[in-house]
Write a protein that binds this ligand. Structure first.
Ligand SMILES: C[S@@+](CC[C@H](N)C(=O)[O-])C[C@H]1O[C@@H](n2cnc3c(N)ncnc32)[C@H](O)[C@@H]1O
Length: 234
């Protein structure tokens, strides 16, 4: 059950030369993400399609999957424990679940910080992870509340480095994509747009993970935590 998107999980699975007959069921709650996956899949002539489905209430029978992947989603789902329970329920005994999320993601955290700095401490983004996502025990605790055993969870960390060619263009692009408040952009957002983009640019340069080398090249370091767990109970 790899959630849909530009299909990086499907791509990674196929790169491992999996056995013939592999079936993949991709899901995401957002119709746009499902369409994106299906467009990618069709362009690559894959026999896989995505469907719109809530990870908190999957339409799959108990013990359907040998593997489950929930990438970069659990801490932004309303009730992540319900989603972890669904991962557990739909996984066969002996199967493996993999879930990843960011411990550090400067461009995303900066969008939250900017919204609060410009619009007040209670201001929120339409999509923002639970604050516990920075806690190294959080993903494992969600999996354990979902039914997996604590000692079966392996935790790994991996950095991803994003080069930023133009800070101005980057600030504008990321604020446009992530800065949106719950319910969508408002006239007040329009009126304060330039101040918000300028604040984003200012705050990004102070975040952990923002690096500039001797030639002025900017890189953002994001740190992902990957949790891998086997279902060792019936
Ligand atoms: C950061 S994106 C990750 C997308 C994709 N999994 C990837 O790794 O490229 C988080 C995704 O979680 C989806 N999402 C949020 N709540 C969800 C839910 N309750 N059920 C299923 N998907 C959900 C969003 O629509 C969004 O596409």
């Amino acid at each position: 059950m790899p959630p849909a998107a530009l299909a990086p999980v499907t791509e990674a699975l196929l790169a491992t030369s999996p056995p013939a007959g592999l079936q993949i069921k991709a899901t995401d709650i957002a119709a746009g993400m499902v369409q994106l996956y299906n467009a990618t899949s069709a362009a690559r002539k894959w026999p896989y399609t995505a469907t719109a489905m809530d990870a908190q209430k999957l339409d799959f029978a108990d013990k359907t999957f040998s593997h489950t992947f929930l990438s970069f989603g659990l801490p932004i789902i309303d009730d992540p424990v319900r989603a972890a329970k669904e991962m557990y329920r739909t996984l066969r005994p002996g199967g493996t679940a993999v879930t990843a999320f960011w411990l550090q993601i400067p461009q995303g955290e900066c969008a939250q910080e900017t919204r609060c700095a410009v619009y007040g401490p209670d201001a929120r983004l339409a999509v923002q992870p639970k604050p516990e996502h920075k806690d190294r025990d959080y993903l494992r605790s969600l999996l354990v509340q979902g039914g997996f055993r604590f000692q079966d969870v392996q935790l790994h960390e991996k950095s991803a480095f994003l080069p930023v060619r133009s800070l101005d263009e980057f600030a504008l692009a990321i604020w446009s994509a992530l800065g949106v408040p719950p319910g969508g952009w408002t006239q007040h957002d329009e009126d304060t747009w330039d101040a918000a983009v300028a604040k984003y640019k200012e705050l990004l340069q102070k975040r952990s993970g923002f690096r500039v080398d001797g030639q002025g090249n900017i890189t953002l370091e994001a740190i992902a935590q990957v949790a891998i767990v086997r279902k060792t109970r019936e």
